[in-house]
Design a protein around this ligand. Structure first.
Ligand SMILES: Cc1cc2nc3c(=O)[nH]c(=O)nc-3n(C[C@H](O)[C@H](O)[C@H](O)COP(=O)(O)OP(=O)(O)OC[C@H]3O[C@@H](n4cnc5c(N)ncnc54)[C@H](O)[C@@H]3O)c2cc1C
Length: 305
């Protein structure tokens, strides 16, 4: 039988790595399993991450957080947890596709979300370069400031395109809402968008991006060029493992938790983007601190000899 850890953390993005550091500093035995696709890897430079006045790249931030956890002996194991269940003693059993099994008294899911990306001419390499150069942005709360006074497009289902367009209108007076597909809009949002000068444009025929701008071409052949384009196409919360154990989720599949980050399943905690909350690094690390401390306090006390 594999060793029983105090805690298994699934995911080593900002949330999982900070939880690991906290638990290791409480002298808890923690194992972290990570599939290696943190959303933070996409961040060219974050300017709202606390403590980095000149900004920090997502990969640099992850390196620092990994180094911090490693100082207390935690090195994430590469792998994808495919199943999570409880044994007869109420201990969690997690396994990956290669037959590896981890046993733990508590589990923290820090598995994040996966963004739905737009179809860009040239495919994945073009898309990645556009994100890297900041012409395609995925999070207006994160970097709307960097797009201030630029010509901004929001590509989303009509209702979301208008409401995100209104949000971004606080950063620039040149904002277009672009429909990503058919859909209804409510009259209040439409009125507010009209008053703010945010037009709702039709579904584009083509989207091209380089490192300076994104250009949208419509069916009638007309084009619009944007310094910054925000696709708001939704994301998929990586909550399957918890849902299989019966955990409550919101209408988007994100996990609901209590004030200690515990899901509706006893001993199963969730932190970061996978939780029904604002998807931000500052929130993820706050969740991590709360969950790690709650887990430490619920586990049997260990006296230092
Ligand atoms: C382009 C972009 C720019 C952003 N800019 C900012 C910004 O400036 N400021 C800010 O606060 N936020 C920003 N964000 C959001 C930020 O990246 C996320 O809020 C943050 O990464 C969430 O951390 P997390 O640990 O919850 O999830 P993630 O960082 O996504 O990490 C989740 C980890 O879990 C792993 N995982 C998932 N399922 C499994 C499984 N079954 N088994 C093992 N591992 C698994 C994944 O592979 C991944 O490594 C940005 C996001 C994007 C995409």
């Amino acid at each position: 039988m594999p060793k029983t850890h105090d805690c298994l953390i699934v995911g080593a993005g900002p949330a999982g790595l900070v939880a690991a550091t906290y638990l290791a500093r409480f002298h808890r035995d923690v194992v972290v399993v990570d599939a290696g696709n943190s959303r933070a890897q996409w961040i060219p430079t974050s300017h709202n991450c606390p403590g980095f006045p000149l900004g920090i790249g997502g990969e640099s931030l992850l390196q620092r957080l990994r180094a911090q956890a490693a100082q207390y002996g935690v090195e994430p194991v590469q792998g994808k947890v495919e199943s999570l269940r409880r044994d007869g003693e109420g201990v969690f059993l997690a396994s990956d596709g290669d037959g590896r099994v981890w046993r733990a008294r508590c589990v923290v899911l820090a598995t994040g979300v996966v963004d739905m990306m737009p179809v860009v001419e040239g495919g994945q390499p073009v898309l990645e370069r556009a994100v890297e150069s900041g012409v395609l942005r995925l999070c207006a709360v994160c970097d709307g400031y960097e797009a201030s006074d630029e010509c901004i497009g929001v590509l989303a289902p009509p209702q979301e395109a208008l409401s995100h367009g209104l949000f971004l209108r606080g950063f620039s007076r040149k904002v277009d809402a672009i429909s990503a597909g058919p859909g209804e809009t409510d009259a209040d949002t439409r009125r507010a968008a009209d008053a703010a000068g945010v037009p709702l444009l039709p579904v584009p025929a083509r989207l091209e991006c380089d490192t300076d701008a994104c250009t949208v071409t419509f069916d009638d052949g007309s084009t619009r060029r944007y310094d910054t384009l925000y696709p708001v196409l939704g994301s998929e919360a990586q909550s399957q493992l918890a849902r299989e154990l019966g955990a409550d989720v919101d209408e988007d599949g994100a996990l609901r938790t209590d004030a200690h980050q515990q899901t509706s399943v006893d001993g199963l905690y969730a932190i970061g983007d996978v939780v029904s909350a604002l998807d931000q690094i500052a929130v993820a690390v706050g969740h991590a601190a709360i969950a790690a401390t709650a887990i430490h306090n619920r586990l049997p006390r260990r006296l230092r000899m």
